[in-house]
Design a protein around this ligand. Structure first.
Ligand SMILES: [Zn+2]
Length: 435
């Protein structure tokens, strides 16, 4: 096992304090720090500690795919680490976006290559040929918009704001309460029919009025939705994303809760810190709340307009406070959160074991933990991480002091009958386990 050094990316929406405090650097940071990348993405691979100087995890894997990934994973994922782990720290909303499925990504990448759009062009949609499903798990309270809301609830929200033009939109949705109705209204708004700038102004006014009519402490049914549209409207007064926010589920995750964004899911992270894991891709189609390129026809091609509530992940399991496996249908990644705590009377969470055979990234987000195998050991404090190649023997995790919170990332098991389906660290305590 090796210590892993991630790369911090600075975007305008990033936090000046979260990543600096997590990794024990002076806070606030000079620049906004948005994302800590822990993976082998060619754009910003993490580095592993070697005797003399760090080498890129991308190079380490390319030089020895069988040893680093294991034979089965090397074949299954074409010699590449299939996931990218990040810590996300948002002080301001990110753009409204969706990601393509695997077929769309492959076709889109080939199409843009064939038409000669340079890879670094701002007009480029497809930077690689891979899909990018993603899972986000809150470290702090984390707010987001994701997926189209049930139409009846959206109609109620549009009417609650008391804006004549929105009432007309509500009628239009009532006449077609399925994905086609949402698609029609979304298309009208994003293509700028019917003067959206005027409508955005009306919506912002409507939200302000709606919030002001609430008595102290008594939240209206749509207070969070109205507050979000109001904030987005003051930041992006001419952006149809403000209107589109009214169509999406408004979600608040508590620490430890997760949200899975499948291909085609329209989403925007609003604020908060989270651990995020995704297939190793950079393919983003934006839908607004950004000065960047928005390719409307391609976005319409990719979006899933089916209205549905977004399930919050993580509260199930035997002892979800100690161990949470965030199950998704994707092959590329699986994320488990562990709380290691020696102060529990029954000793049930004093240690956990990671079986040999899979490549993993282990990230400590609170306290400190000691990783030990028969050959070596490594201590990680909050904000630090480690690379465990497939050839590594089994590793035991224990808190260095009383408590630690740790995230373990790997690819999902391919064999449905395997005990690995139980997730990483299927048993806590000091029992050795094969998972
Ligand atoms: Zn996304």
């Amino acid at each position: 096992m090796k210590r892993l050094h991630g790369v911090i990316r600075s975007y305008a929406w990033g936090s000046h304090t979260v990543l600096a405090e997590l990794t024990g650097r002076p806070s606030p940071s000079d620049r906004p720090e948005a994302e800590l990348w822990l993976g082998a993405h060619p754009a910003d691979p993490a580095h592993v500690d070697d005797a003399v100087s760090g080498v890129s995890l991308l190079d380490v894997i390319s030089a020895d795919p069988l040893g680093q990934l294991g034979a089965a994973n090397a074949e299954r994922f074409r010699g590449r680490l299939p996931f990218l782990l990040k810590v996300l720290a948002a002080d301001e909303p990110l753009s409204l976006q969706a990601h393509p499925n695997a077929v769309q990504a492959r076709e889109g990448f080939e199409r843009e290559n064939a038409s000669g759009v340079p890879l670094d062009s701002p007009a480029r949609n497809y930077k690689d040929d891979n899909h990018k499903p993603e899972l986000v798990v809150a470290l702090t309270k984390f707010e987001a918009l994701a997926g189209f809301r049930d139409v009846r609830r959206t109609v109620a929200l549009l009417r609650a704001l008391g804006v004549a033009e929105l009432n007309r939109c509500a009628e239009q949705l009532e006449a077609q309460t399925n994905s086609s109705g949402i698609r029609a209204l979304f298309t009208q708004w994003i293509t700028g029919d019917r003067h959206p700038a005027t409508l955005i102004g009306g919506v912002v006014e409507g939200c302000r009025r709606y919030l002001s009519t609430m008595s102290d402490g008594a939240d209206g049914e749509f207070a969070a939705e109205a507050q979000t549209a109001l904030e987005l409207g003051s930041r992006y007064p001419n952006d149809p994303g403000v209107l589109i926010s009214l169509l999406l589920n408004r979600i608040t995750l508590e620490p430890g809760e997760g949200l899975f964004l499948a291909a085609g899911n329209l989403h925007a992270y609003l604020r908060g810190a989270a651990v995020e894991i995704m297939a190793n891709s950079d393919n983003v189609l934006r839908g607004g709340l950004t000065p960047k390129h928005v390719d409307v026809p391609e976005l319409l091609n990719v979006l899933d307009f089916r209205p549905a509530p977004m399930p919050v992940l993580g509260a199930d399991g035997v002892d979800p406070d100690l161990r949470r496996l965030y199950r998704t249908p994707e092959a590329e990644f699986e994320l488990t959160r562990l709380k290691l705590d020696t102060s529990r009377d029954d000793g049930s969470s004093s240690a956990a074991t990671l079986a040999a055979g899979d490549p993993r990234i282990v990230l400590c987000t609170a306290g400190s933990t000691v990783l030990s195998s028969q050959c070596d050991s490594l201590e990680l404090s909050a904000g630090q991480s480690a690379w465990l190649p497939a050839s590594n023997p089994a590793v035991t995790l224990a808190p260095a002091q009383q408590r630690a919170q740790v995230f373990v990332a790997r690819s999902a098991p391919s064999d449905v009958d395997s005990p690995r389906r139980q997730g990483d660290c299927a048993h806590m305590h000091s029992t050795n386990l094969d998972n």
